[in-house]
Design a protein around this ligand. Sequence first.
Ligand code: NAD
Length: 369
Amino acid sequence: MDRRTFTQSITLGTTAAVVTPNLALSCAMPASSDKKLGIALVGLGSYSTYQLAPALQDTQHCYLAGIVTGTPNKKQIWKEKYAIPEKNCYDYENFDSIKNNPDIDIVYVVLPNSMHADFCIRAAKAGKHVICEKPMAMNVEECDAILAACKKAKVKLGMGYRLHSEPYTQEIKRLIKEKTFGEVRYVNAEAAYYSGGNPNQWRLNKALSGGGALVNMGVYSIQSLIYGTGENPIAVCAQEYSTRPEYFKDTDETITAQFKFKSGAVGHMMTSHNINANKLHVNCSNGWFVLEPANNYGPLSGITSNGTKFNFPHESQQKLQMDDFAKHVLYNAPNLAPGEMGRRDMVIVEAIYRSIAKGGSWQVLSLGA
Ligand code: NAD
């Protein structure tokens, strides 16, 4: 299965009672306004092409105003398809002149991971708000540099963590916050897909990706564990497995990790480029709930131990995510996935790699509540 087929949903096949949308957790709607922010997508690869650009045709608070690409052919295709004026088209070299373009309010960096820090920082210096795809950068040091640049330029920074704007995930957060099933005792998060494609793709090249499954799908597992407990972990230990070293020459194939939380909750995660998995299971003192699938483009599916099946209307997660960020910029609505969250996840990623390098030893995390 490749990344695109991974997005197909896995259903639980259970008939049960139904929960309806929890509007209380949705981003607060501001007073209505006609103002739409212009977004420029940087990097016109598969995520921009098949998810972000189509979603931007339906967004209410932002629109596709510009593109930044290193491929002249793509520029022509996108200009025509989305009626983007020539003055809003940039390449990687002239990108900095975007600062003089009032049509562009937000720069969305959708490049290989090694390019995130450079383009996020250049976007901030150009005075543009920034959305950065996951993982935030190659390491915590780069995350700090992005955060500092955005702070200095007084621009907003959001992560492309689409699930925070997604109703099934928001329902998980509500169940945790309201302790509907009591105290969380155990959380299991799995995010993985089988990679069998081009062995020269950037995701398998550490210099471009920063790592393998962990920095790709593993970020979803880390996120799931945190919103599945409602707290940051205090320690982690991890193991790495390699069964196809001839294919995964440079990057991690499969990683498992165990987490301790201050409340006493225990977490387990698995991520892989060799296994198909897509699940969040939360076990509490008085019951459990599951999302499966938990991480793909939806619709997700969820059920609780009392037989209640989640049932929320499906909308593009990317549409919801970009509108939520635009509302944050326009109306100071909550930033559901701020840059600090991306940095926190990179701290955990680094601790996982450190644990593996040290034979699976526990690594203490000082992330606060
Ligand atoms: P992709 O390979 O399809 O596209 C990468 C783009 O970067 C291409 O347009 C390519 O031309 C350009 N590029 C510039 N320099 C390059 C280089 N040196 N090597 C390779 N490509 C180069 O990748 P993608 O799937 O669109 O992923 C882009 C980013 O988006 C990654 O950070 C990825 O983690 C993230 N992503 C996030 C989600 C999500 O659900 N949030 C989904 C997919 C991808």
